[in-house]
Design a protein around this ligand. Structure first.
Ligand code: HEM
Length: 134
């Protein structure tokens, strides 16, 4: 009778150790889950870090654009984008005057009034883009 009690207690002890051991094992797995702790997609998303579209679109302030307000150094703002029109002053089919008046300022209205929806001016304009207003 006594030896049976000892065997039963030993078996119970082993069972408890097993249950506690399993629980501890699961917890430690959660605590250091490598998929959460160092997810490379979150830590350094290469799609954002080296996106050429983002890299070539620096934010430029209105103050900086205002510093480029001459016919020899002409930046302008149209619809929130910044363009360097210096080379276009002598190339514009509509003359240099309209482009010179855009230098250093937001010329959205002037451009839109004249060329809104026209393919050639819109395409030409896109080729001069140097950044976005920021
Ligand atoms: C960056 C801004 C501008 C760009 C990229 C641009 C581009 C162009 C282009 C490509 C043409 C030739 C269109 C064609 O033949 O189909 C053109 C013509 C013309 N543009 Fe502009 N333009 C700009 C701003 C302006 C502004 C602000 C004005 C006037 C306020 C203006 C007045 C004209 C006029 C009058 C013509 C017609 C010239 C002609 O046919 O004899 N442009 N422009």
């Amino acid at each position: 009778m006594k030896s049976t009690t000892v065997v039963l207690m030993a078996a119970l002890g082993l069972t408890l150790t097993g249950i506690v051991g399993c629980a501890a094992g699961e917890n430690s797995e959660l605590a250091s889950d490598p998929a959460v702790a160092s997810d490379p997609a979150v830590a350094s998303d290469p799609a954002v870090a080296s996106d050429p579209a983002v890299a070539s679109d620096p934010a430029i302030t209105v103050e900086t654009v205002a510093e480029h307000a001459t016919s020899g150094d002409c930046w302008t703002i149209i619809n929130g984008n910044v363009y360097d029109l210096t080379q276009w002053i002598s190339g514009h089919p509509g003359g240099s005057g309209p482009i010179e008046s855009m230098c250093g300022v937001d010329a959205t209205t002037a451009f839109t009034n004249q060329h809104n929806g026209q393919g050639a001016p819109e395409e030409k304009l896109a080729s001069f883009k140097i950044g976005i207003l920021g």
